[in-house]
Design a protein. Structure first.
Length: 357
């Protein structure tokens, strides 16, 4: 049992989660590089309905990296607690930020660099204090957990609130309040992670030679996962279409991770064997990551000028009226859209570069 759910399994899941963040973060950069190459050739843009990116090998390399990353993330849930795996997804943002500054000539302002540092520190704290013993190691135990009255009440509340948000709040406030559609994605996402966890355990048992395919629970979880992911993609795209990505991304990360941690606490009871200092450490690490993601996204276009510094730090400057804007000529990390569906802003950037040239 220790090999399945103890410390060895914990480190395997941790490694898979870190690898997943690296691949997913890199995939955005490869896709963006491919789209920019098509833009320079004058091909029809993805934001205008063009599909020329299907002929660009860099875009396909990015898609392959995304697939590998998602597969590693899926496998991580089979070995490590969801309380650990889900928050570490924030590291893909940091990977793409670092790679974009290297390969896309985009610059991070001081807020973005502090945000990256905070997210790394928060992730380290979470890894140290996260629950390491798995409460579910087989489909039988998963079935018992799903029958728990606490989880049934939680699932009913999630479904009812999601339906109210979709059919009642959506038509009234969906166009003006970012929380409406993001809350739908986050609430349904907590259930989808539970399905992923169960399917990961089923695949692990399948490789061990157990007759998992005859178990109806595995197929039920697969159907539920497809439905949940379809709902998530639909309403996340709606939120991204209406609101700025810099607003949607941090809000979605916070709400989604909070929902997953709540669901894991209720379904898998990953917190019941944790001592108080580990619980405080896990929550503190999560809040530190949240702070970092908030700084990285919300202040990425705010210029850092010496006027923000204390007076004694400004005395050494020869010209107090010269702002520190050397890095502001470049757009900060992820300011340029990285996905084909968000590739509307890069055209103006390319035209400006051509005019300067």
């Amino acid at each position: 049992a220790a090999a399945v759910g103890g410390r060895p399994g914990f480190y395997v899941g941790l490694g898979l989660a870190l690898a997943s963040s690296a691949f997913i973060g890199g995939s955005f950069i490869l896709k963006k590089k491919g789209l920019l190459r098509l833009c320079r050739r004058g091909r029809a843009r993805a934001g205008q309905g063009g599909h020329a990116y299907l002929q660009e090998w860099l875009w396909w390399a990015g898609l392959l990296c995304m697939g590998v990353g998602e597969a590693a993330n899926f496998a991580a849930y089979a070995f490590a607690p969801a309380t650990l795996v889900t928050p570490l997804g924030a590291l893909s943002v940091l990977v793409s930020a670092v790679l974009s500054s290297t390969f896309l000539n985009e610059q991070l302002n001081v807020h973005g660099k502090i945000g990256c540092l905070l997210s790394i520190l928060g992730s380290t704290v979470m890894v140290i204090h996260a629950p390491q013993e798995e409460e579910v190691s087989s489909l039988e135990s998963m079935a018992e957990k799903l029958k728990d009255p606490g989880f049934i009440v939680f699932a009913v509340c999630v479904l009812v609130s999601s339906l109210l948000l979709i059919f009642v709040a959506g038509p009234r406030y969906g166009q003006s309040n970012v929380l409406v559609y993001v809350l739908v994605c986050s609430a349904i996402g907590s259930l989808s992670v539970s399905c992923v966890k169960g399917l990961g355990i089923a695949l692990k048992e399948l490789f061990l030679g157990k007759p998992v395919l005859k178990e109806p629970l595995g197929w039920v979880l697969l159907v539920c996962l497809v439905i949940c992911i379809s709902v998530q993609i639909n309403y996340l795209n709606k939120a991204l279409d209406i609101f700025n990505t810099s607003v949607v991304t941090p809000v979605y990360y916070v709400l989604f991770t909070t929902s997953v941690m709540t669901c894991s606490a209720i379904l898998f009871k990953e917190w019941q064997h944790m001592v108080l200092d580990n619980i405080i450490g896990t929550i503190s690490g999560f809040l530190t990551i949240v702070s970092g993601i908030f700084l990285l996204h919300s202040f990425r276009d705010v210029p850092f000028t010496p006027n923000l510094l204390p007076l004694f730090l400004q005395q050494g400057r020869t010209d107090p009226h010269t702002p520190w804007r050397s890095t502001d000529r470049h757009q900060t990390c992820q300011h340029q859209p990285l996905l084909p569906s968000e590739d509307k802003g890069a055209q103006s950037m390319e035209e400006e570069e051509e005019e300067e040239g």
